[in-house]
Design a protein. Structure first.
Length: 199
């Protein structure tokens, strides 16, 4: 349940990019996009910052480590081939419906977290941001990875339940039920907008 949203709060939208939004997910990515656009409009009306995050993990150290399940290309030639194909398909591009504006904050991450090895924390600190509202895809990967680091930095976190989804329903539900309540508050898009309007 959302009890408050800080006066200095940023909306952080995770990986709403063509390649991710085109993957099979547990919930409709159209709904995630629709709710994200509602959040964007609400934050713009309050002149609060909006952070758009996309991911490009190609060649990142973690993608070259031994794992049991990997879809990441390994080796320079394979990475370059993947980069060319993904760029040609627009995989990394944010979906155009987001209507990104010049004053918005753009972050490209190469891991699960939008904070790791990016300037996000420093940018938010310069803006005196104390809270973040989080949404996007995938719940258990980019959203949870970012949330864990945000919690470690001491941000008040609000999770928008109906503006996120995952490739696996069980992973989505685990994040919502077991992880997020321990590091933030949860609510719907309508809850977030209603609380914002009271500020």
């Amino acid at each position: 349940m959302i009890t408050a949203i800080d006066a200095k709060t940023a909306l952080v939208l995770i990986d709403l990019q063509k390649g991710i939004m085109g993957l099979p997910t547990a919930h409709s990515t159209e709904q995630v996009l629709e709710k994200s656009i509602e959040l964007i409009k609400a934050f713009r009306s309050k002149n609060l910052p909006i952070v758009f995050v996309n991911v490009n993990p190609l060649g990142a150290k973690w993608t070259q480590a031994r794992v049991e399940q990997s879809t990441a290309p390994k080796g320079e030639e394979a990475i370059e081939q993947a980069r060319l194909a993904m760029e040609a398909s627009g995989f990394f591009d944010l979906v155009p419906q987001l209507d990104v504006q010049p004053d918005d904050i753009l972050i490209t991450k190469n891991t699960w977290s939008a904070f790791y090895n990016t300037p996000l924390h420093e940018i938010l600190q310069k803006l005196d941001i104390t809270g973040i509202v989080l949404a996007g895809v995938a719940t258990s990967i980019g959203v949870e990875g970012t949330a864990r680091n945000a919690s470690e930095h001491g941000y008040n976190i609000t999770f928008v339940e109906d503006a996120m989804t995952d490739m696996h329903l069980s992973a989505h539900e685990n994040s919502l039920k077991s992880i997020f309540p321990r590091i933030g508050e949860l609510g719907t898009t309508a809850d977030v907008i209603s609380t914002l309007q009271k500020n």
